[in-house]
Design a protein around this ligand. Structure first.
Ligand SMILES: [Mg+2]
Length: 313
C-alpha cells in the first residue's frame, strides 16, 4: 500500500481521538464562540479523550488480535471489560445496559436489540468508534462496510445507528484514496452515502453534501437538522464540518462550533478529516497534548501492517 494512503488511514484513528478530546469540554453546549475553541486549542492542557476513543481503541485491539474476522461476543466482552476498568470516560446509558444484559446470559446482539423496547439504540455510539475498521480493511470500502456493521450491532442494532457507522467507516476509506481537494471530496462522499439503504441518515447526509455543492453553508443545514446524539443528526453534522474545514484543525473547530454532542461530532469529523489530510498533516503541538498518543500510533501501525503481503519469502 502506498505510504500516502497509510498516512491517511492512520489519520482516521488519530483524528478520532483528537476530535473527541478537542470536543469533550464543550459537550451539550450551544452557541459556542469561536474564540473559546481557539483558546482551548492554543492552551497547553492535556487533550483527554472520552468513551468514543476508549471504545475505538478496544475495537482496534480486538481487530488486531482476531486478524480481520470480528466475533461479536469477543468484541462485546472486550467493550465490557474496558467499560468496567474506566467507567468514568463519559459512557452513555446504552452500552452499560447491554453489558449487564449480556452478563445475565443474553448474547450481545440480543441484548443490544432489546434496548428501547426492542428497536435498539439509534444513537451515534457505533459510528463514533468505527475508525479502526477502515485501518483493518486497509481502505477497502466493502470490507470496511461489513466490519462497521458487525461492530455496530454489538451495542446498536437500530438501522440508523448501523448506517451512521457504515458511513463514517466507508467515508474514511474513500477520502483516504483521494487528494483532499474540496470539489473532489464533494464528489467522493456520495460514494459512501450511496452504500447506505435509503433512509433518514442517507437523506440527511445527502442534504448536507447537496448544500455544499450548491455553494450554501453546510453548517447552517446541519444546525437545522440538529446536533444531538442520534446518528441521523450527528453523523450529517460531522460531514458538514468536513465540508467546512480546510485542514484537520479547522474541521474540528467547525465540528465543535455546531454544538450539541460535540465530542462525538468532532470525533467522527476527525476520522474523516484525518483520512482526508493524513496523520502527518496534524500539528505536532496538538498531538503532543493528546492522551496516550503512543498507544494510538502503535494500534494504527499494527492494524495497517497486519495482512500486508509478505514479500520476504
Ligand atoms: Mg464521548
Amino acid at each position: 500500500m502506498a505510504t500516502r494512503q497509510l498516512d491517511r488511514l492512520q489519520g482516521a484513528l488519530l483524528g478520532t481521538a483528537l476530535g473527541d478530546a478537542v470536543g469533550a469540554p464543550f459537550e451539550g453546549r450551544h452557541g459556542i464562540a469561536t474564540r473559546e475553541v481557539e483558546a482551548w486549542l492554543a492552551s497547553s492542557a492535556q487533550l483527554r479523550w472520552t468513551d468514543d476513543t476508549h471504545m475505538a481503541m478496544t475495537l482496534a485491539q480486538v481487530l488486531r488480535d482476531t486478524d480481520g474476522s470480528l466475533d461479536t461476543q469477543r468484541l462485546g466482552d472486550a467493550f465490557a471489560v474496558a467499560y468496567e476498568s474506566e467507567p468514568w470516560r463519559g459512557y452513555g446509558a446504552g452500552p452499560p445496559q447491554v453489558f449487564a444484559l449480556a452478563r445475565g446470559g443474553m448474547t450481545y446482539l440480543e441484548a443490544a436489540g432489546s434496548l428501547f423496547s426492542g428497536s435498539g439504540s439509534f444513537g451515534n455510539g457505533a459510528a463514533m468508534r468505527v475508525a479502526p475498521v477502515a485501518l483493518a480493511a486497509r481502505g477497502d470500502v466493502d470490507q470496511a462496510a461489513a466490519l462497521a456493521e458487525t461492530q455496530a450491532r454489538v451495542t446498536h442494532t437500530h438501522a440508523e445507528a448501523v448506517d451512521g457507522a457504515v458511513f463514517v467507516a466507508t467515508a474514511a476509506c474513500v477520502l483516504a484514496s483521494g487528494t483532499g481537494d474540496r470539489a473532489e471530496v464533494i464528489a467522493l462522499l456520495p460514494r459512501a452515502a450511496d452504500l447506505l439503504p435509503s433512509g433518514r441518515v442517507r437523506a440527511a447526509i445527502t442534504e448536507i453534501i447537496d448544500a455544499a455543492r450548491a455553494g450554501e453553508d453546510p453548517a447552517a443545514v446541519a444546525h437545522d437538522l440538529g446536533t444531538g446524539v442520534a446518528a441521523r443528526e450527528s453523523v450529517p453534522a460531522a460531514v458538514a464540518a468536513v465540508l467546512v474545514g480546510e485542514d484537520v484543525t479547522s474541521t474540528l473547530v467547525a465540528a465543535v462550533l455546531l454544538g450539541g454532542d460535540t465530542d462525538t461530532i468532532a470525533a467522527m469529523a476527525g476520522a474523516m478529516a484525518g483520512a482526508r489530510y493524513g496523520a502527518s498533516s496534524i500539528p505536532d503541538r496538538l498531538l503532543a497534548r493528546l492522551e496516550d498518543r503512543e498507544t494510538l500510533d502503535e494500534l494504527a501501525s499494527t492494524l495497517l501492517t497486519q495482512g500486508e503481503p509478505d514479500h520476504t519469502g
